[in-house]
Each structure stands twice: as structure tokens, then as C-alpha cells.
Design a protein around this ligand. Structure first.
Ligand code: NDP
Length: 290
């Protein structure tokens, strides 16, 4: 943790993610030295979306850093659902593969059914934690792979060492990949959780009551600095470009720093944690096998 220009302390996702990868590297080499298999992650990329190519490249590079084997599959956009499902069936049966990640979104111009694709992945190999069985397990508080960005948010929140029990959390955003799972993780820590979305009538009033704010919206600086309760923790998942083309979060950072006790910067906060949590899910999946 470092101190920002005002009163808030920065929750440094870049530093924490380096630590997570270092720890995973040590875990992986200890596994291999003890005669266990090398953890393996299969990445599946369909189509030519440039952002998806960058995300997958970064994930594969992180695999290399920690000693996780990476099996990459690139399919043309027009490949089609059946062939994609065939590949997933093969990866499910491949002993070298402990985690499977299908990069989303699938090409919009072809008729892919993302829900069917995610459900086809063996739930034990679901490195992203998006399989319906694993999302159900999260709802019931049973152990299962947890979606990577929410898991990273919780690791950052733990840097504060706060006793979260009974505190009030406000999550802005209710997507299946961030908002809903993060709300369940906060609830599992005995927080009182409010979930806000585009139909919420008075977002400012809801956020003003929060001891912990998680913003996962995708609207640049939607959450105003003066909405933040003094002493609150602010975890900003959003990645947006503002009108000047600068990378900003969903929270108005400098204003929020005046009130928050802890805050994640954008970039360098939640973003870097996601890949570390993906590899952690892969190594945890390998532990289920040997
Ligand atoms: P989605 O678009 O799937 O969900 C956005 C949510 O925000 C929806 O629930 C929507 O409400 C809500 N919302 C939209 N506008 C408003 C508003 N004006 N007031 C209140 N709520 C609103 O986004 P994701 O969850 O996938 O991603 C959210 C952000 O996080 C994005 O900026 C994305 O880039 C970033 N992200 C970052 C990651 C990382 O750091 N590694 C990983 C994943 C996402 P409704 O449901 O009513 O439409």
C-alpha cells in the first residue's frame, strides 16, 4: 500500500499481482519437484478481435512466467458452435489441461451461444469461474473456482485488514462476471450488500451509505468523489477512456481520494489482479487431480 496525493491510501494491484505470480511460481515448481504434473491452461480464441488477442497474449505470457504450460487454440470467426464445442470436449479429456479459458466475447456476427459454450467446459477445469455449476456453488457458499476479477477485488480488499463483518457494501453493476459474484463474495464475509444498476433510482444516496464501494459499470467517472463516505474503501473495476482519451475508472478518482481511506487506482488497481487469479484458479484445479 502507498499513500496517494490526498488522504486515501492506494491499494496497489500491480505490486500485489507481482507478489501473487511470484508465489504461484514457487508453488508450481514445488509441485513439479514433488513429482506432480505441471499445471496447464488451454486458451481458446475465436476470431480477430484485437483486444481479445492482447488479453490472451498477456495470459499466455503470465503462464510462462509462473511455469504453467499453455495450450493455445485459435479458431477463425466463422468456425461455428459445433466445432468449438468439439474442441472443448477434447480439452476436457486432455490430462495435460487443468484449466480452460474461452476468451469472450465470441464474434457477434456469427451465431455463437456463449452460455452453451461456457456450460460445455468441465466445471473442474473452469479457470474463469463462469460455469453455471460454479456460479451456483458460489451462491450456495460451496468451494468452486471463483470468477477472476471478483476474486482479485477481494484480495485487494484484504490488504486493508478491516473486519468487514456487519459493514455495508454497495456494488454498482450486476453483470454475471463482476457485479453479481463480487456481491456474493462480500455477502460471504457477512457484509450487508446493496446491488445497484442502471435502474437504481438514486445512485448517489446508495453510494453515500457505503463502507465499501465496488464500481463495475463501464461508465467513465460515474461515481462522484463527493458520494464517497469519509473512511470508505473504493474498489474501481471500470476501465474506460475519458473524453481526452485517458484511461479512467468508473469512479472520479481525485475527488474520491479526498474522502476514501483506501482506493484502487485505474490503471494499476483491479486490472492487474485478474490474470494472477486466473493462474491461481488453474493451479488450484491441478491440485484436484494430483
Ligand atoms: P457490463 O456492461 O456487463 O455491466 C455493467 C453494469 O453496470 C450493468 O449491470 C448495468 O446495469 C450497470 N450500469 C450501467 N450504467 C449504469 C448507470 N448509469 N448507473 C448504474 N449502473 C449502471 O460490464 P462488466 O461487468 O463486464 O464490466 C464493468 C466494467 O469493468 C467495464 O468497464 C469493464 O471494462 C471492466 N472490467 C474490468 C476487468 C478487469 O479489470 N480485469 C474485467 C471485467 C470487466 P443493467 O444491468 O441495469 O444494465
Amino acid at each position: 500500500m502507498t499513500t496517494s496525493s490526498s488522504s486515501a491510501q492506494l491499494l496497489d494491484g500491480k505490486a500485489l499481482s507481482i507478489q501473487v505470480l511470484d508465489e504461484l511460481k514457487a508453488t508450481v515448481s514445488a509441485r513439479i519437484e514433488s513429482g506432480k504434473s505441471q499445471p496447464g491452461l488451454a486458451t481458446v480464441l475465436v476470431g480477430e478481435d484485437p483486444a481479445s488477442h492482447i488479453y490472451v497474449r498477456n495470459k499466455r505470457r503470465a503462464c510462462e512466467k509462473v511455469g504453467v504450460a499453455s495450450f493455445h487454440h485459435e479458431l477463425a470467426a466463422e468456425t461455428g458452435q459445433e466445432q468449438l464445442l468439439d474442441l472443448i470436449t477434447k480439452l476436457n479429456a486432455d490430462d495435460r489441461v487443468h484449466g480452460i479459458l474461452v476468451q469472450l466475447p465470441l464474434p457477434k456476427e456469427f451465431d455463437y451461444d456463449e452460455n452453451e459454450v461456457l456450460a460445455a467446459i468441465d466445471a473442474k477445469k473452469d479457470a474463469d469461474g463462469f460455469h453455471p455449476l460454479n456460479q451456483g456453488a458460489l451462491l450456495q457458499g460451496r468451494p468452486a473456482p471463483v470468477p477472476c476479477t471478483p476474486k482479485g477485488v477481494m484480495r485487494l480488499l484484504d490488504l486493508t485488514n478491516l473486519d468487514l463483518s456487519g459493514m455495508h457494501a454497495v456494488v454498482v453493476g450486476r453483470s454475471n462476471i463482476v457485479g453479481k459474484p463480487v456481491a456474493l463474495l462480500l455477502l460471504a464475509r457477512n457484509m450487508t450488500v446493496t446491488i445497484c444498476h442502471s435502474r437504481t433510482k438514486d445512485l448517489a444516496t446508495e453510494v453515500r451509505r457505503a463502507d465499501v464501494v465496488v464500481a463495475a459499470v463501464g461508465v467513465a467517472e460515474l461515481v462522484q468523489g463527493d458520494w464517497i463516505k469519509p473512511g470508505a474503501v473504493v474498489l474501481d473495476v471500470g476501465i474506460n477512456r475519458n473524453q481526452e482519451g485517458k484511461l479512467v475508472g468508473d469512479v472520479e478518482f481525485f475527488g474520491a481520494c479526498q474522502n476514501a481511506a483506501w482506493i484502487t487506482p485505474v490503471p494499476g488497481g483491479v486490472g492487474p489482479m485478474t490474470i494472477g487469479m486466473l493462474l491461481q484458479n488453474t493451479v488450484e484445479a491441478a491440485n484436484l487431480y494430483d
